[in-house]
Design a protein around this ligand. Sequence first.
Ligand SMILES: Cc1cc2nc3c(=O)[nH]c(=O)nc-3n(C[C@H](O)[C@H](O)[C@H](O)COP(=O)(O)O)c2cc1C
Length: 145
Amino acid sequence: MKTAIIYKSYHRMNTEKVAKAMAEAVGATMVKVEDARIDDLSAYDLIGFGSGIYAGRPHRSLFTLVEKIDSMKKKAFIFSTSGKPKEEYHRLLREQLKAKGCQIVGEFQCQGQSGLLGFTFANRGHPDEKDLQDARAFIKGLVSG
Ligand SMILES: Cc1cc2nc3c(=O)[nH]c(=O)nc-3n(C[C@H](O)[C@H](O)[C@H](O)COP(=O)(O)O)c2cc1C
């Protein structure tokens, strides 16, 4: 299954680590959201959208990209790193992707260390090797299933 992983990561590059682990596990193409071109997406069977969580949601650049898509009847997954993972963080992006015709086949979240007081203590060192292993297992499950 030809897979692309589009992501935004800027705070501590936590999400980029997860994106890289996933991409290497299944030979997927990693694309920074700034470099993503809608026309190129048609070449893929499965598209992942990943981001750090900033003020309760993925980065706005992912929403801006998805807004530009007319319709995309493809399999998609969402992943994120955050101080304190919550299912709610994916809701808006999930709804937006579904509205474009995507079938959400999975979601993955793990902790990402932040420089923000309050989030810093619980998530120091994340994503750690266990998080990255979980990320690899997650995407292998999607690609083989
Ligand atoms: C401006 C800002 C806002 C954040 N807001 C949240 C939040 O609402 N909830 C949360 O759990 N973590 C929050 N965090 C922590 C980040 O989600 C976490 O550090 C994430 O791993 C950053 O991803 P990145 O290194 O890929 O950019 C925030 C971090 C920043 C810098």
